[in-house]
Design a protein around this ligand. Structure first.
Ligand SMILES: CC(C)(COP(=O)(O)OP(=O)(O)OC[C@H]1O[C@@H](n2cnc3c(N)ncnc32)[C@H](O)[C@@H]1OP(=O)(O)O)[C@@H](O)C(=O)NCCC(=O)NCCS
Length: 160
């Protein structure tokens, strides 16, 4: 694989919505139907209570979106709704960088906990979240359209 030269974390712009929607379809929602289409992602980018974050990478002289994440901030709890890294760029710390950035923002926003749901068969993501301090608090059979189970995971932000 070519050398990953830079990885810059920045806020998403509405013009990024189509590529993020395709990443969601291909890397997160595969086999479940496509819920996060460009219009829904555009609405998320514009929503005041949501941060959509992008990891822009430079690889072999080209810049492109290598990963992204979306978090909704509530009064004392934040919800991670989307997170994906391009398959060729995984295990280079990009997912961790995105999530740590969001942890800091959630603390500053006054949130105590972060919550997320992950497909029960997504062993890689469950391992990733555990590594970043999340724990599985409940198993949700049929969570995805009655077809697939999820785990609810949470992380207390008091821990570094
Ligand atoms: C989950 C995901 C975002 C992780 O992104 P990433 O950039 O590869 O993660 P990082 O490189 O920051 O990994 C940090 C640590 O998490 C753990 N981890 C990451 N991927 C893992 C895997 N496949 N299996 C086990 N542990 C894993 C490791 O401890 C890793 O550290 P290490 O590489 O030094 O061992 C990425 O695999 C992905 O996009 N998956 C498809 C989409 C998805 O499942 N999204 C989550 C939906 S809820």
């Amino acid at each position: 694989m070519a050398q990953l030269t830079t990885c810059e974390i920045r806020l998403a712009r509405t013009k990024d919505a189509t590529i993020l929607a395709h990443m969601s379809r291909d890397y997160i929602e595969h086999g479940l139907g496509w819920r996060w289409r460009p219009a829904s992602i555009r609405a998320k980018i514009s929503a005041p209570e949501t941060v959509v974050l992008i990891a822009e990478v430079a690889l072999a002289g080209k810049r492109f979106i290598g990963g992204f994440a979306a978090m909704d901030f509530g009064q004392d709890k934040a919800i991670l709704s989307l997170l994906a890294v391009h398959p060729n760029l995984r295990r280079h710390g990009i997912g961790g960088q995105l999530l740590r950035w969001l942890h800091k923002s959630a603390r500053i926003a006054g949130c105590f906990d972060i919550e997320l749901q992950v497909r029960a068969n997504n062993v890689a993501a469950r391992g990733f979240y555990k590594r970043l301090g999340y724990r599985e608090v409940s198993h949700l059979p049929g969570y995805y359209s009655g077809r697939e189970a999820a785990y609810q995971m949470t992380r207390n932000l008091a821990k570094s």
